[in-house]
Design a protein around this ligand. Structure first.
Ligand SMILES: [Zn+2]
Length: 232
């Protein structure tokens, strides 16, 4: 497939496909330390090693650590949309490369990489699971075992857009499972769960619980973009 060499952010010409122009690059907000060691929420000043966000203390997530490459805003949103609906699979190496850098510590500890799956019906319509494609590229480069079918989406959930936190939790409750035949792919292993975007965390929390029910020793989460909120 041939891709146009245009920036996914502003549609201007770039020298090669699958890249972002310098202006848009400057508008991306890459997440660097200091951040919450659990939720990866960036802090505006350094509070010392191991400092946690109020959110991570008030509501400890079921997963161990979350890392994200960029803040979910403007260009990051356009990149995710271009990948999800716009068939810009040429963006996968770029986005996966940023994720690999953000999740280096998680990758070093991971036994297996598992993407958040789409429901079969939605996958059939869209033909493409962006989380699976991102995690496939990350697995290939890092050499960590890739198990794209370990997790199954058994509930055709409605889109989370426009739902409040409680509704989102209800919407994805019991949405995932690890089938009996695939249990050995995660049992006793530290899983790196990969998704494109983290907003309220309801989806990855539900997926984490399913992995743990199947015997995963622990779960870390790596996403392309996360919402900013909650840091000091
Ligand atoms: Zn641009």
């Amino acid at each position: 497939m041939l891709f146009p060499a245009v920036c996914p952010g502003c549609q201007t010409a770039v020298t090669r496909a699958g890249s972002v122009c310098p202006d848009c690059w400057a508008n991306l907000r890459f997440i660097e330390r200091p951040y919450c060691e659990v939720l990866g929420i960036p802090f505006s000043y350094d509070l010392g090693k191991g400092f946690l966000s109020a959110q991570a203390i008030a509501e400890p997530p079921p997963f161990a650590r979350l890392r994200a490459a960029v803040i979910y805003q403007e260009l990051a949103t356009r990149l995710v949309t271009a990948l999800k609906y716009g068939d810009r699979t040429d963006l996968v190496p770029l986005m996966a490369g940023w994720m690999e850098r953000a999740g280096a510590e998680l990758l070093a500890d991971a036994d297996v990489i598992v993407p958040v799956p789409l429901h079969a019906r939605r996958l059939w319509r869209r033909k493409f699971n962006q989380s699976a494609e991102l995690s496939r590229a990350i697995a290939r480069k890092s050499g960590v075992m890739f198990r794209p079918l370990a997790l199954e989406r058994i509930k055709a959930t409605q889109t989370q857009v426009g739902l409040g936190q409680r509704q989102r939790q209800d919407n994805v409750r019991g949405a995932f499972r690890v089938s009996e035949q695939r249990r050995s792919e995660v049992e006793g292993r530290r899983v790196l769960l990969v998704d494109d975007v983290y907003t309220t965390g309801a989806t990855v929390a539900s997926a984490t619980r399913a992995l743990k029910r199947a015997g995963a020793s622990d779960v870390d989460v790596l996403v392309f973009a996360r919402v900013a909120g909650g840091g000091p």
